[in-house]
Design a binder for this molecule. Structure first.
Ligand code: SF4
Length: 228
């Protein structure tokens, strides 16, 4: 599987925020969000092809119980199945982070799903072919249903504008099986000033709509720096 980086840091987002984790970041994605904060896994993929055993060896070199398999889109590689199986056998607590467009029968302790909306699509003018592919791929209702029925899960939405909040409500109407208390609203941005601007209105919105505001603590702690 193509791997961009493996490192230990703190989980910055979601219900396990603050927990020491080893991050295994795969290096390809089937979407092209305009705001992608890891373009080295999407727009300009980098990384090395490693076998499952090599990934495990590097992961086990850190003394850490939590493992986060992220991307890019980790579900693009079927090697995720034996990787997650081996991590489970080793007693690791495994989170898989996905945009929820592809399903693999994997073992994990937390499925962290971040569905993408129309507002995440790249420019139809400058990136017309990726705009089209992104729009054809980003919404896979059966995959979402399978992921949440098979796993403990959280759903993290990236929020850039108030329109995105309306889109979330429509999404939750489409998927009544998603429990509202598992939904997290995360501001879009890669620097503290922009994140705060969104936080200023999004946090009160969440309080008044029974939703959970989800800060991106890794930006506060480290900035947008690789391997953090
Ligand atoms: S789904 Fe995630 S990794 Fe892929 S382009 Fe969007 S933000 Fe980047």
């Amino acid at each position: 599987m193509r791997i961009a980086e493996i490192y230990q840091s703190l989980q910055g987002e979601g219900r396990l925020t603050g927990s020491e984790s080893v991050f295994v970041r795969t290096a390809s994605c089937n979407l092209r969000c305009w705001f992608c904060d890891s373009p080295y896994t999407s727009w300009n993929p980098t990384g090395k092809d490693l076998s499952v055993n090599e990934v495990l060896e590097r992961t086990f070199s850190f003394d850490c119980e939590q493992v986060v398999v992220t991307g890019g889109e980790p579900m693009l590689s079927a090697e995720l199945i034996p990787l997650c199986e081996a991590l489970d056998q080793a007693g690791k607590f495994v989170t898989v982070e996905t945009a929820g467009t592809l399903f693999l029968p994997i073992k994990c302790n937390l499925m962290s799903i971040s569905p993408k909306f129309f507002s995440s699509a790249p420019s139809p003018t400058n990136e017309s072919s990726w705009h089209q592919r992104h729009e054809q791929t980003r919404h896979a209702p059966e995959v979402i249903r399978d992921l949440i029925s098979c796993h403990d899960y959280q759903v993290k939405f990236v929020i850039n504008s108030k329109e995105d909040c309306f889109t979330v409500e429509n999404y939750l109407t489409e998927f009544p099986e998603i429990e509202r208390e598992r939904v997290m609203m995360m501001p879009q941005g890669t620097e503290p000033v922009g994140l705060k601007k969104i936080r200023d209105w999004l946090e009160p919105y969440c309080s008044s709509h029974s939703l959970t505001f989800c800060p991106r603590k890794q930006i506060d702690w480290f900035g947008l720096v690789r391997e953090t």
